[in-house]
Design a protein around this ligand. Sequence first.
Ligand code: GLN
Length: 471
Amino acid sequence: MSKFKTFPSLWRWLEERGPKAPISAVDIALRRIEEYKDLNAFIDVWAEEARQLAEQLASEKKKKPLHGLIVGVKDNIAVAGKPLTAASKILQGYKSPFSATVVERIKKAGAILIGRNNCDEFAMGSGNEYSYYGPSRNPYNPALVPGGSSGGSAVAVATGQVMVALGSDTGGSVRQPAAYCGVIGYKPTYGLLSRYGLIAFASSLDQIGIIANNVEDIAAVMSVAAGKDPMDATSVPFKIPNFVEEIIDARQQKFKIGVIKETVEHKDLHPDVAAAMEKWISILSKKGHTLEYVSLPLLDYVVPMYQIIATAEASANLARYDGVRYGYRAEADSLEEMYIKTRTEGFGMEVKRRIMMGTFVLSSGFYDAYYMRALRARRLLVNYLNDLFKQYELLMLPTTPAPAFPIGSFTQRPVEMYLVDVFTVIANLAGIPAISLPLAWSKDGLPLGIQFMSKAFDDSKLLSFSASLFN
Ligand code: GLN
């Protein structure tokens, strides 16, 4: 069980607290933000605006769908008029002139945005260590990482500083910190939530995701935020269900679940994670679900595929930070020198490493050998998963091979850090929805996540199933 006081689901909060619920929620959130400030979850707090909006909501007779939902926003998702830096020096001084579509939609529905959450620079990392604002820390042990890149968002949810936080998930950045912090992290199907206003890292993998303490809040956010957006050509004109009603209706349903054998037999799997998987396989069978082991032989290749595709896209996406258009500009005597100095001084080490790797795999001599092959392998993976989803409604696997690691463990060994993503990148490569549920604990009392994936656009099934596990 979580050792922190957190908010109940929004509807419960509103029921318990009556019309003044938004006001007391903001008060409590601000108090906890102060109390846990050493965990460095927030870069900015918008206290006054939050208080004013809460007063206004409390005076409204008709309740909005997200009436007073306290939300933290990762520092790579645009909020109009607010600084937006992707936790990078290169964007210091930049203020976004517009809001991300998801932000716009939840605000309209009554959400209260309370501040910007810390993260890894340009969402590149697995520990929230690579932030211009310093690392965020794991609430269960501040010497450990909270996970990354949406670490600040996960910490804020885990310690009840917010009800819900928005993160981004390119290779696991919502699910992995959720697992390390003992909260729920959900990455929707690619295209279900608009990416307009999300700072691009790897566009074919990026997806805004939601971190929360309960599935009801995630469903509430999805019901207002999902759906086609003319500003994002990859958003899909999918008929958005009322996720809130669906998760209530479908709770009794029994599912056919494939457990990915290669993940439970993985050489880096921590014994506590293995034990947690075993325990939940048996609990789920007892609950009447059908579980069978399935094989995903491509597992050894998913991190290389991800690293090639993600860095290739990142090297192109990050070309725009040249000191001319956004944020930081270095002093220089010529234009070329200005470009070089701005990027040299503005980007951190991990971001530079990714840009170099991406530029390399896209270079004319190596394009066929790396980038094209990674794309082909990605197609094989998608085909393989599609076949599995013909037989199984859900796939089950751990979220991470092990619990949270100490801050600084991988600084000199970046490739080992990339391997931590082995179970999460699968869903991004395939564009399918995935959720990490805080179902277990290590022997040392650290949270562990168990992950479920479904086929594309079966999000409401995935959420219904998840909700059923918390009753
Ligand atoms: N940890 C992964 C990486 O470093 C995932 C990042 C993400 O999902 N934004 O690339």
